[in-house]
Design a protein around this ligand. Structure first.
Ligand code: NAP
Length: 333
């Protein structure tokens, strides 16, 4: 469906739209109109002072009211000269090929998380963007919480003694019918788990490394439904662990607990939006992750920079590399 802005017959009606367009700096297209596009990208771009949504590409032929261009083949979107940037919101398996085409068409690229199917693909995109002077932004939405920034600042001058990442949710509730998530390159429980790891790599003052991983694969899936990971850090006598599980019904858990060597106890909960230190609430905010993502994208494009943090993705890759596999009962949606 085409919106009124595409109708050339109403010149008077166009005046405010044209004024708005000149104020917005970047004309963006979205590839893949699934859940996260509809929940976040479309409304957030719509309210952004810096971005204007001018085109969408949907295999299923979905459209967005008021957006002038809609294609089923993303290659047609990339041929539009007035698209400066694209957000690639498909599943990760196909993202490298699409992002590569976009960069080669001269577009700045925003990648949903996890950015690609493999670490090498991400490094390749980074090189191509760099060589062409384009922005590549590998987003990690959970990093864009004020409580995460606060936790990073709090830990910057401290030594971490223990960390427990407890990330357990009901896959049937959050990913109904998503077949790609169970295929190779869909990452299974690491799809939400990598959000936790993106917080961890942002807030910890030192790098951590996967020491051991136990991965539970449903007998009928290529991706795990649960994972337990032990990490090593650079400090002595540290206990650093993560548990991800997609079989949790009832209350959902997205928490990170950290104890420091100077006896402080930090709890990040609600997916990184609430920070409590020693029992005292420090920050709790309503989610504005995608608003902040598009502010950052604007800044990156304006300054000619890229933001590609491969650390969370590398940890997932390492967990797959080192992980011991256990086959568990088949999963049916
Ligand atoms: P989704 O609802 O399954 O949507 C993905 C969309 O990508 C599909 O609906 C399809 O849209 C398009 N697509 C293009 N090529 C495809 C292919 N080969 N197979 C399947 N779909 C293809 O998934 P989603 O939840 O939006 O997640 C997309 C990405 O965003 C994932 O990497 C996920 O981790 C990330 N993310 C999701 C959430 C969330 O809450 N769901 C939150 C943050 C990040 P068209 O038919 O329109 O082309």
């Amino acid at each position: 469906m085409l919106g009124a802005a595409a109708d050339p017959g109403h010149k008077m009606a166009h005046a405010p739209v044209q004024r708005l367009k000149t104020m917005k700096m970047h004309r963006v297209g979205i590839i893949g109109l699934g859940k996260i596009t509809q929940d976040q990208h479309v409304p957030v771009i719509g309210a952004s002072p810096s971005f204007e949504l001018v085109a969408v590409a949907s295999q299923r032929g979905l459209t967005v009211p008021g957006v002038p261009h809609a294609f089923t083949d993303y290659a047609e979107l990339l041929r539009l000269a007035d698209v400066d940037a694209v957000a690639v919101c498909t599943p990760p398996q196909v993202r490298h090929a699409i992002a590569l085409d976009a960069l080669e068409a001269g577009k700045h690229v925003l990648l949903e998380k996890p950015p690609t199917a493999t670490v090498s693909e991400l490094a390749h995109l980074e090189r191509i963007a760099d060589g062409r002077g384009l922005t590549l932004f590998a987003t990690w939405h959970s990093q864009f919480n004020p409580a995460v920034d606060e936790a990073r600042e709090f830990l910057a001058s401290r030594t971490v003694r223990t960390m427990f990442v407890n990330w357990k949710e009901d896959v049937r509730r959050w990913h109904p019918g998503q077949k790609w998530i169970w295929r190779a390159g869909g990452f299974g429980v690491f799809d939400p788990g990598i959000n936790a790891l993106s917080i961890v790599t942002k807030i910890l003052p030192e790098p951590i490394f996967v020491q051991r991983a136990d991965l539970s694969f449903p007998a009928n899936a290529d991706a795990p439904i649960a994972a337990e990971i032990a990490f090593t850090g650079r400090g002595k006598d540290q206990s650093l662990r993560a548990e991800f599980d997609w079989r949790q019904t009832g209350p959902q858990t997205w928490e990170i607990e950290i104890e420091t060597a100077d006896g402080k106890r930090l709890q990040l909960s609600n997916g990184g939006s609430r920070l409590v230190v020693d029992g005292k609430l420090v920050v709790e905010s309503t989610p504005e992750e995608y608003e902040r993502i598009y502010e950052r994208f604007d800044e990156l494009v304006r300054t000619g920079a890229s933001d590609v943090d491969a650390q969370p993705f590398q940890l997932v890759g390492d967990a797959f590399m080192l992980g011991r596999r256990t086959i568990v009962e088949p999963f049916h949606d």
